[in-house]
Design a protein around this ligand. Structure first.
Ligand SMILES: [Zn+2]
Length: 555
């Protein structure tokens, strides 16, 4: 299993293996600059997450790509059956799973937010009131993000712990939960964008704003992009489906169909402009440019450095316009160009064979429900209130006072007050009544009590197993409701977060150092990427639950 590329003989073995892999498994062309590595470990690990990049997009939209996405899926090792096995398929859980190689039950990032029983408040997965924003570019920073809730170490953390030379680590995303989830507890540069359009890190990662990043943020201000027009990259005939799809939601003050000018009625940028900019491919351009700029010099030392980038625009666009939209197709076609630029830059700096890319997504996305009902199939939207009212009414006969038994709920994760929970624990009839009531709500398929999940074994029930893998004692909800297929607690557009394949299935792909190209039809999880990177870099991950994808590693 060891890569013996440090000897002449090892180089030969590796070169042969790569050649055989290509001939046997794909008809793809040989990667550009396919030079056998001269190193025993990769110079650079590049972790790329595409937010909401659903598994089937590669087959569906792949013909629209010619650069970076095309390259990794044709010249890399590609696992089209990649999928998350857990139920809480959201951004924080997904990025942390990719970063750690573990599942939410272990890393603790069960959702983007949860109800913290101690403070009795909804808590974002990166919330930490003890740290402060460190904004770049002279703009005000107001958010408080850190890795406080992360319960295990990431691949990047272990690289820092175990490497003989200190690695350089940088992470970029629009979202703090993505940037932090990929690298964990520290990094030379861990950057996100606050909703106001301010690039920032926090005192959890840096004492002050790095002058070079500060200067860059000043010179590349989000607000300076005011007035750009997002139009189609390709001729309209190259896009599948309709631009004006059923149930699409336009950007604030914007249009349902192309073009999408980045302007405001007042004629100047405001916070809504910044939010609309996040929902455009211009945000991905900015992330790619920062990744290229601030990884200059990475991979030049004896050890392994790490660059992580999560491209967020697809998620913001997909929630509104849906997975069949021209907007989603355009974001991907433009990201293909940005990734091409990133890989070309790294080829020039390091040589294509000396760095390894690991690419996946944090979750998929459901179809817009109205597009399902339009063809006569079951789908729908439910409100949290309809679920909570049923539960509260069913609990009334057992209540000792008139206060609501629900401390917090979003329609599918229900936290009870300690008093109500005491009754629900001691009175089986109360528990049955609440469970039955929840199951009568439209769109609810199953109900799991947390204390049952903590002790359960799933057998061959994939949905129950999914709920167990997302369950963190003390942090997860008391009652977890699983929605019916194609149902959502969202009043417009579409969303994700269920144990169904449209949310779980994402591409898993690797390329470069030590990777045997080909299309692998074995099962794979995004949690397998960190163990594979660990194998390539000679690192041990103490609590990984994924497996190294050995079939794609050159031996
Ligand atoms: Zn999302």
């Amino acid at each position: 299993m060891k890569i013996r590329a440090n000897t002449q003989w090892g180089t030969l073995v590796l070169t042969l293996a790569m050649g055989l892999g290509l001939a046997a498994q794909t008809s793809a062309p040989v990667p550009r600059q396919a030079v056998a590595p001269k190193r025993t470990t990769p110079a650079l690990v590049v972790m790329i997450v595409i937010d909401q990049f659903r598994g089937d997009y590669v087959q569906l939209y792949g013909k629209q790509w010619t650069k970076g996405l095309h390259r990794i899926f044709t010249n890399g090792a590609y696992f089209p059956l990649g999928a998350y096995p857990y139920s809480g398929t959201v951004t924080c859980a997904g990025h942390t799973t990719i970063g750690t190689g573990a599942y939410p039950r272990t890393h603790g990032m069960i959702g983007n937010a949860w109800f913290d029983r101690e403070s009795k408040k909804s808590t974002a997965c990166t919330a930490d009131a003890t740290v402060n924003s460190v904004p770049f570019g002279g703009l005000p920073g107001v958010e408080h993000h850190g890795p406080k809730w992360l319960q295990t170490t990431t691949f990047a953390d272990e690289l820092r712990i175990q490497s003989a030379t200190a690695p350089r680590i940088a992470s970029f995303s629009l979202k703090a939960r993505s940037s932090i989830g990929m690298v964990g507890h520290a990094g030379d540069l861990v950057v996100w964008e606050e909703d106001s359009g301010t690039w920032a890190t926090s005192s959890a990662f840096a004492g002050s704003a790095r002058p070079d990043v500060d200067a860059y943020a000043k010179a590349h201000a989000v607000y300076a992009q005011y007035g750009r027009v997002w139009d189609r990259l390709m001729p309209v005939s190259a896009y599948l489906f309709n631009d004006d799809g059923v149930g699409e939601v336009k950007n604030d003050g914007g249009a349902i169909t192309f073009p999408h000018p980045q302007t405001r009625p007042e004629g100047k940028p405001d916070q809504t402009f910044a939010l609309n900019w996040e929902r455009s491919p211009f945000a991905d351009e900015a992330l790619a440019d920062m990744a290229i700029t601030f990884s200059e010099g990475f991979g030049k030392g004896a050890g392994t450095d790490m660059l992580a980038v999560s491209f967020s625009a697809l998620d913001f666009v997909g929630h509104r316009y849906g997975p069949k939209s021209h907007e989603v197709q355009d974001v991907l076609a433009r990201l293909d160009l940005q990734l091409g630029k990133l890989f070309d830059t790294l080829d020039r700096r390091l040589g294509a064979a000396n760095y390894v890319v690991a690419l996946s997504a944090d979750h998929g996305i459901a179809p817009i429900p109205e597009q399902i009902t339009a063809i006569g199939l079951d789908a729908g939207r439910l409100t949290a209130a309809s679920v909570h009212t049923r539960i509260t009414d069913a609990f009334k006969p057992f209540a000792t006072d008139a206060t609501s038994p629900i401390a917090s709920g979003n329609g599918s994760d229900i936290y009870f007050t300690p008093a109500a929970m005491a009754i629900l624990r001691s009175t089986p009839a109360a528990r049955h009544a609440v469970t039955d009531a929840a199951l009568t709500a439209p769109g609810i398929a199953r109900a799991y009590w947390g204390d049952d999940l903590a002790m359960a074994s799933a057998g061959d029930d994939a949905i129950k197993r999914a709920a167990i893998l997302s369950y963190s004692p003390g942090r997860s909800a008391d009652l977890q409701l699983i929605l019916k297929q194609y149902w959502m607690v969202s009043s417009t557009g579409t969303t994700h977060g269920t144990p169904y394949a449209y949310d779980q299935r994402v591409p898993v792909a690797l390329m470069g150092f030590g990777i045997r190209p080909g299309q692998y039809l074995t099962s794979a999880s995004p949690a397998d990427l960190a163990p594979t990177l660990a194998l390539l870099t000679g690192i041990i991950l103490p609590r990984a639950e994924g497996r190294p994808l050995t079939e794609a590693v050159v031996r």
